[in-house]
Design a protein around this ligand. Structure first.
Ligand SMILES: Cc1cc2nc3c(=O)[nH]c(=O)nc-3n(C[C@H](O)[C@H](O)[C@H](O)COP(=O)(O)O)c2cc1C
Length: 201
């Protein structure tokens, strides 16, 4: 079995976003994990309209061309780590919209989160965990929460995430969890596919 492929999804798109900092930091940690391949997926490169299809793509194929490409992109991966900004105690609209624009492509794959904000983006992360369950994902326990003191210090250039030991430990635990679930679930999905082919033959 080839190495599981993990996407680091950059979950906010505004010009002045902080998201690049945690995305680059967690990508470096993930790339140091020997058992996974890692790619950044930046939602700025996926200008999806606000959801405008007749149904979830679980029930009806999407008509929008970017949505079709987005679903193929999501399908490439075996697991996901999302940067999770918190806007008014929820996830960013752009991330939720991108999540809604795929369905089966998320199924039976792990989801991990790097939250940031006053309480480490925890309210946005908890919301995203619920969406992940509905999408038949496996949201992992370990998470990164960059809380206000660290967030401000990094934002103002007084500290780097790399220098904050408790965050490095949380980042490594998160990547380990996602890598483990990605490997196990990839094998299980492959076994299901083989069993399905055998039944159809
Ligand atoms: C519309 C809006 C709402 C926000 N609401 C919250 C919030 O509820 N909780 C919080 O911790 N931070 C909140 N913030 C501050 C964000 O945590 C901070 O701006 C962060 O940098 C946003 O991530 P981004 O820079 O990647 O977009 C909010 C920011 C915006 C723009």
């Amino acid at each position: 079995m080839s190495k599981p492929k993990i996407a680091i999804v950059v979950g906010s798109t505004r010009a002045a976003r902080f998201a690049d900092v945690p995305a680059q930091w967690i990508t470096k940690i993930a790339k140091s994990h020997a058992d996974i391949d890692v790619e950044i997926v930046d939602l700025r490169d996926w200008p999806l309209p606000f959801f405008d299809e007749v149904a979830s793509s679980a029930w009806a194929p999407s008509q929008n061309e970017i949505a079709q490409r987005w679903q193929k992109k999501v399908a490439e991966f075996d697991g996901f780590i999302f940067t999770a900004a918190e806007y008014n105690h929820g996830p960013t609209a752009v991330l939720k919209n991108a999540i809604d624009y795929a369905a089966n492509e998320w199924n039976k794959k792990p989801a991990g989160f790097v939250g940031y904000g006053s309480v480490g983006g925890s309210r946005a992360v908890e919301h995203l965990r619920l969406a992940a369950v509905e999408l038949q994902m496996a949201p992992v326990k370990s998470a990164v929460h960059i809380a206000w003191g660290d967030f401000l210090a990094v934002r103002q250039g007084e500290k780097k995430l790399e220098d904050i030991e408790h965050l490095n430990q949380a980042g490594a635990a998160l990547v380990n969890d996602v890598a483990w679930w990605a490997r196990v679930l990839k094998a299980a999905r492959q076994a299901d596919a083989i069993a399905g082919e055998a039944q159809a033959a």
